[in-house]
Design a protein around this ligand. Structure first.
Ligand code: UDP
Length: 471
């Protein structure tokens, strides 16, 4: 008789190779390790190396004695991914070519219970076909953004797409659940392109194929996006909303510290700088890991920040500014204003920064991780979306959740100054109150009895049942 205890279910996790995706999928990984599952995490050689250099994630995950391993992918495209064109190229070519066969062999050769694959790509669905391994699609964007991506065929049918004329303020009435507040300018950025273009077609196809997955995982919580989740559920009935993942992980591992998962080197001196500042006095400014600005836009932001008279902590990534060569002289008034009230870093420990009592507002591009991190800490937002899902996230921030103001499609020093003053002075209490309310709901969702807490338990149980079914 075989007395060996059954081995835990084995989950293979594949994120799209970019900061926001790798970060949230590593958080999910650790939550599943906490639930005693075995995990193989596919990662590009470049990201693997960066995590080793800039974080403690390797030793951290290895502490789950033998239950975790990285599977390093060599030969992936490693160029820039700052435009939708560049992202599209890696999605359509490099990933399916390199990761597709690798994934298929893994699913065929090892005892894999299920595959949790980034829903930003669809080739994992093809790789898993015929292997008997269920695929759970993980969308690292908001439910509202996913629902907009998913609804593109309906938007075309109703005539809302392609956008006719130049009036971006015209209402969109055919996106269910968003009829009262969505404008053309709030649609995901690719909706402004020709509907026959390759990226447009690719994103639409991939989003629609989510219905082929066994289930859909979203890094959100029901009190934030309940009505939209109900819309998605009509097409993808098995949804697990288990976010905000970073806070969920902290709540379930209260005795341990969590890893930052940064692919860039964090400059922690900004925490010492923040330590000396009054509560809620500092504006934190960051546009995430991919967004770029022109030299002109940089100057508008810089003047807006300095002229607002507020203290500011600004993340200027090495590659944030396009074409820096020609005009690099900084006007004296900016230099002095920055010396007096500003602090700049190449990359910040963002979760720690947003949790710092000195931070009063966040000027953000509304990448989904940044948005959730701000929500959890009750920090009001000023939105300047760059691309993709960020356009719709920022609309929800202002018009639905009332957590801040949206500056999309403008980049003007006077507007920037005025918006900062509105959020940090004139309407400060109003925004702080709604941000505190949402932060409380976020925390309730991940604590015992909360929706995300229950959904994660359900996910783990469902994965365990898949394991039994396949033996
Ligand atoms: N981030 C950070 N330090 C920074 C800027 C960003 O740690 O200086 C992290 C941030 O906490 C978030 C991620 O990078 O988890 C960015 O992801 P997001 O989805 O917000 O935007 P993306 O980079 O994908 O555009």
């Amino acid at each position: 008789m075989d007395t060996k205890p059954p081995s835990p279910p084995h989950v293979v996790i594949f994120p799209f190779p970019a900061q926001g995706h790798v970060n949230s999928m590593l958080k999910l990984t650790e939550l599943l390790l906490e639930a005693s599952l075995n995990i193989t995490f596919l990662i590009s050689a470049k990201d693997h190396d960066r995590l080793a250099r800039f974080t403690t994630v390797h030793s951290h995950l290895n502490s789950y004695s033998g239950h975790f391993r990285f599977h390093v992918i060599h030969g992936l495209y490693e160029g820039p991914m700052v435009t939708e064109e560049q992202q599209s190229l890696i999605m359509a070519e490099s990933l399916p070519k390199v990761v597709g066969p690798l994934l298929r062999n893994l699913l065929l050769d090892s005892q894999v219970t299920c595959l949790i694959a980034d829903g930003f790509t669809d080739f994992p669905l093809d790789a898993a076909q015929g292997t008997g391994v269920p695929v759970i699609s993980f969308r690292t964007i908001s439910a509202c953004a996913f629902w907009a991506y998913f609804s593109v065929p309906e938007l075309i049918e109703s005539g809302d797409l392609p956008i006719q004329g130049t009036n971006l303020d015209e209402r969109i009435l055919s996106l269910k659940g968003m009829e009262g507040f969505l404008r053309r300018r709030d649609l995901p950025s690719f909706c402004r392109s020709d509907i026959n273009n390759k990226i447009f077609q690719q994103i639409t196809r991939i989003s629609r194929r989510t219905t082929e997955a066994h289930a859909l995982l979203i890094n959100t919580f029901d009190d934030l996006e309940g009505p939209i989740i109900s819309q998605i559920q009509q097409h993808c009935p098995n949804i697990y909303t288990i976010g905000p993942l970073h806070a969920h992980l902290k709540a379930r591992t209260s005795s341990k510290t969590t890893s930052s998962n940064s692919l860039f080197e964090e400059d922690k001196t900004c925490i010492t700088w923040l330590d000396q500042k009054a509560p809620k006095s500092v504006l934190y400014v960051s546009f995430g890991s991919l967004a770029t600005v022109t030299r002109e836009q940089l100057m508008e932001f810089w003047y807006g920040l300095v002229n607002s008279g507020k203290l500011f902590l600004w993340v200027i990534r090495e590659d944030l500014v396009l074409k820096q060569d020609d005009e690099n002289k900084v006007p004296i008034e900016l230099e002095e204003g920055t010396k007096e009230r500003g602090y700049m870093v190449g990359w910040a420990p963002q979760e720690e920064v947003l949790a710092h009592p000195a931070v009063g507002a966040f000027l953000t591009h509304n990448g989904w991780n940044s948005t959730l991190e701000s929500i959890v800490e009750g920090v009001p937002m000023i939105s300047w979306p760059y691309f993709a899902d960020q356009q719709i996230n920022s609309r929800f921030v202002e018009a639905v959740w009332k957590l801040g103001l949206d500056m999309k499609d403008t980049c003007d020093r006077t507007i920037i100054e005025k918006t900062i003053k509105e959020v940090m002075e004139e309407r400060k209490m109003e925004f702080i109150e709604s941000a505190n309310r949402m932060a409380r709901l976020a925390k309730e969702s991940i604590n015992e009895g909360g929706s995300s807490y229950g959904n994660l338990n359900r996910l783990v149980e469902d994965i365990k049942m898949m394991g039994i079914g396949s033996k």
